[in-house]
Every structure is written in C-alpha cells, then in structure tokens.
Design a protein around this ligand. Structure first.
Ligand code: 13P
Ligand code: SF4
Length: 334
C-alpha cells in the first residue's frame, strides 16, 4: 500500500521521506517499476556502485546528455546532480524528469552567479562564450556553446582560431584548455570542491611506494597535480585509458565513484583513490552525487517525485548552446 505523500518533504529535504518496509527487494521493485512506467535510468560514473549496476546508461556528462537526447522512454530518472537532470529536461521538455534528491547540486555550478556572469559577458561582446555543462540553465542561456570535459578541446578547435573565448565556470579546466590550445581565453574563477581537495603531497607519497603506478586525473584538478599526471581526461577518458594501458596500477584523481567501473573492467589491476588534503573527510566522494541512493530511486519511481520542472522560456534559451554542443560532438564522432 502506498503511503500518503507529503510534498512539503520535497522543499525541506529534497526527497520524499517515506519508510520502505524492511522486506522490500528494492532492486527488483526498481526493475518492475521502470518497465511498468517505461522509465530510462541514467546514472553518472560518480554514483555508488549499486546504482551504476541498475542503470540503463552509465556514463560521463556527455554520454548521459546524448542518452537523454535520444531516449524514447516516457520518464527519465537521472541519478546524478541537478545540472545533469536539468540538461535532460531542456532536451525533453515534454517528458517527466525525476531527480531522486533535488538537493543534489554542484559546487562548480554554484560558483558562477548568473547576474555577475551576465555583466561579464556583456563587458566582452566580441567573445564567444563556451560554458562547461556543469552550470545552471541561467548560465547556459548566456552561452554560445556548451562543452563537457570529453569534448571541450573539439568544441574550442571547431571555432575560428582568431575568435576570442570566454570559458566558464571552471578555472582549472579553463586554464588547462588554454594551455592545450593556446587560445585567447578569459577564464571564469570557479572550481569544484572535490577536485581541488586532492593532496599532491600525499599522491606523490603513494607514487613513491608504487613507482609503477600511473597518475590519472580529471582536468578539474589543480595545475600542479595535472603537471605530474600521466593521463588527463574526462571520467570516460580515464576509464578508457585504464582499459587500454598495459600498466597495472593507477592513482585516480577524480571522484571515487569511477573506481567501480575501473575495477569491473580491469579485475587484475590496482586502483588507488587519490587522497584528499584533509584525511579526516571522504572529500573525494562528491557529497552532492552521493545524496542519491537506491531507496530514493525506488520512492522516486513509485511516486514520480521529485520531478524537475523548468520555466519554458529558460528551456528555450538554454537549448540552443546544448544543441550546438551535441551537433559538434556528432561531427567528431564523439
Ligand atoms: P565528466 O564530464 O567527466 O562526466 O565530469 C563531470 C563532473 O561533474 C566532474 O566533476
Ligand atoms: Fe560538481 Fe564537483 Fe560534484 Fe562534479 S564532483 S558534480 S563538479 S561538485
């Protein structure tokens, strides 16, 4: 029997606070509900292993945006963070998009205030605005082309070489792209709290103990760490590297959820999560990503809540730069 839903819970907690009988087989119930309601479950690599294992698509931000664009499901359940579910909604304004916990935000997206960003863009009218997908829809609406860490180099190289660029919001990714392309680029001063928390000192200590280990890092990490990395790339690029590389040990400098896929595909290799500066916290787990759980997914499927809703004008304005990203990515076979 269904419990009475208190919608106030959504405002207060971000999810439905409903108890689940202890004998419930949550995994099979999710399976039953997703078929019954024609739901596609999209999960980012930073989700916990149990969620990754029940998803229809597990991937990085680009792959999940592509999966959202092409889905024929009636409902999209996005197990990731708010900007990812928002992108799915922008691409599918007529579909119901569920986010198991509405408080699953992103410190990087929050580091770019729309009013300040508008002023910045207006002050540089001769610049093409490229924004990372880790932004709110308001920022996307002020952007010419969206990118992810998988396609950022292709997106930048697809625009004329003399075109000046504004890149937002990640300073580490932006400066990395600037160094790789040599482009005239103004970089917004935002950052992700997870990727700036890795300790280079502790990573180098691990490297001393395992000299054969390769350091692999997401470009949201700080420059000194990127300078010692053997491979830099998006979550899918890091995963692919570990599949193809003949090495046996890796120190992984990105959110720890990706290790689930790495270990699944490479049972004979050792993956060491890069430690954070503060050893008393589990800072290499994104607290926002890890708000999602199997229980919350189950309740979200049962009650079709929390639903992500958006203003139609904002959807219209933010769709254009996302579509441009998807078109350019398709041209490059990404
Ligand atoms: P990816 O583009 O690799 O999925 O990265 C997303 C993200 O949130 C990184 O912190
Ligand atoms: Fe945002 Fe960082 Fe979490 Fe990625 S890891 S979702 S950039 S806070």
């Amino acid at each position: 029997m269904k419990e009475v839903v208190n919608k106030m819970d959504l405002e207060e907690f971000g999810f439905l606070k409903l108890s689940i009988p202890p004998d419930t087989d949550i995994k099979s119930e999710i399976e039953r509900l997703r078929k019954e309601k024609n739901v596609v479950i999209l999960a980012h690599f930073y989700q916990s292993g149990d969620i990754q294992d029940i998803a229809d698509h597990v991937g990085d931000s680009l792959a999940l945006a592509q999966a959202a664009e092409s889905t024929t499901a009636d409902i999209i359940l996005f197990s990731g963070v708010h900007f990812m579910a928002e992108t799915a909604k922008i691409l599918n304004p007529d579909k119901k998009v569920l986010l198991p916990d509405l408080k699953a935000g992103c410190s990087l997206a929050e580091s770019c205030d729309p009013a300040q960003f508008r002023k910045f863009v207006e002050a540089h009218p001769d610049h093409t605005v490229i924004s990372y997908i880790n932004t709110t829809a308001e920022i996307k609406a002020l952007t010419d082309i969206i990118c992810t860490s998988s396609n950022a180099l292709h997106i930048i190289n697809s625009i004329p070489a003399d075109e000046k660029i504004i890149f937002a919001p990640d300073r580490n990714l932006g400066n990395y792209l600037k160094s790789q392309t040599g482009r005239d680029m103004l970089v917004w001063d935002g950052a992700c709290h997870v990727h700036e928390e890795f300790s280079l000192e502790k990573i180098l200590e691990i490297k001393e103990m395992h000299p054969d280990a390769k350091i692999i890092a997401h470009p949201e990490c700080e420059r000194p760490l990127l300078l010692v990395a053997d491979h830099i790339g998006s979550t899918s690029s890091l995963l692919n590297f570990t599949k193809k590389d003949p090495g046996k040990k890796y120190i992984v400098a990105t959110e720890a959820g990706i290790l689930h896929q790495m270990r699944k595909f490479n049972s004979d290799k050792l993956f060491i999560p890069a430690p954070p500066k503060d050893s008393t916290c589990a800072c290499n787990d994104c607290n926002f990503m890890k708000l999602n759980s199997m229980e919350k997914i189950y309740n979200a499927l049962r009650y079709e809540m929390p639903e992500l809703t958006m203003d139609s004008m904002l959807i219209e304005k933010s769709l254009k730069p996302i579509k441009r990203m998807l078109e350019i990515s398709a041209k490059f076979g990404l």
